[in-house]
Design a protein around this ligand. Structure first.
Ligand code: ZN
Length: 228
């Protein structure tokens, strides 16, 4: 487990991501025991863990009311937010970037799933706008962490894909995409202050700590959990 200490030090209850030692924390029923043990190790059990059906888009939804009914299909979205203490926002990743937003003044949080497609459609800005609209958050007050993801060392894509990325104004070195920096840029453009954005310098593909789709762990997932 990695803790996002910059957020926790600023007063956020829990901000963590599971790693290989926590086991597969995907959303299938077989993974429930791993997820439960991971939540216990995080230090505070949530009243409810909300997860989404992530589809690499930029839809961001309010978590209140979601995940109340066991067995109900999760909502299709790639980001969610809440102002309710005890509601844990859960985002699954394996090389995609988790983006966490926290407003210590308004006491609200958002968790986003930003892979290549999500970043191309600027889910980072969608998350900032959702908090501004729903809770009147000022982007300049937001703290953000872009969590461990596929680094520019390993995120090689096709020439067409790299071209599409560059055409959107996002950073790439030849055919290697820089997902972390791209999300930092998008957060800054959405009004966040640069020193309030932390990009975790850890590549999930070559780092060996987290499950990595590109490194061959096709079905395993790391789980990001944020809770007020
Ligand atoms: Zn790497």
């Amino acid at each position: 487990m990695m803790r996002f200490t910059s957020l926790e030090r600023a007063g956020l209850g829990v901000a963590v991501i599971s790693d290989k030692t926590d086991g597969d924390c995907g959303s299938r029923p077989e993974m429930r025991a791993n997820v439960q043990a991971f939540l216990e190790r995080s230090g505070r059990l949530p009243r409810r863990l909300v997860r989404l059906r992530q589809v690499h888009g930029n839809r961001v939804v309010e978590a209140g009311g979601l995940g109340d009914t066991p067995g109900m299909d999760p909502v299709e979205a790639d980001g969610m937010f809440t102002d309710e203490p005890g509601i844990a926002l859960g985002i699954s990743v394996a090389d995609c970037a988790p983006v966490m937003l926290y407003d210590p003044l308004r006491r609200v949080i958002a968790a986003l799933h930003a892979g290549r497609e999500g970043t191309l459609c600027n889910i980072a800005a969608a998350g900032v706008h959702a908090l501004a609209e729903r809770f009147a958050c000022s982007p300049a007050s937001l703290l953000a962490v872009v969590g461990p993801c596929a680094g520019p060392c390993c995120y090689e894509v096709s020439p067409e894909c790299a071209e599409r990325w560059r055409a959107a104004g996002l950073p790439a070195c030849h055919r290697h995409l820089d997902l972390g920096t791209a999300n930092r840029m998008q957060l800054e453009k959405a009004g966040l202050i640069r020193h309030n954005i932390e990009v975790v310098p850890h590549c999930t593909v070559c780092g060996g700590v987290f499950f990595s789709y590109r490194a061959g762990e096709i079905s395993n997932r790391n789980l990001v959990v944020m809770m007020l």
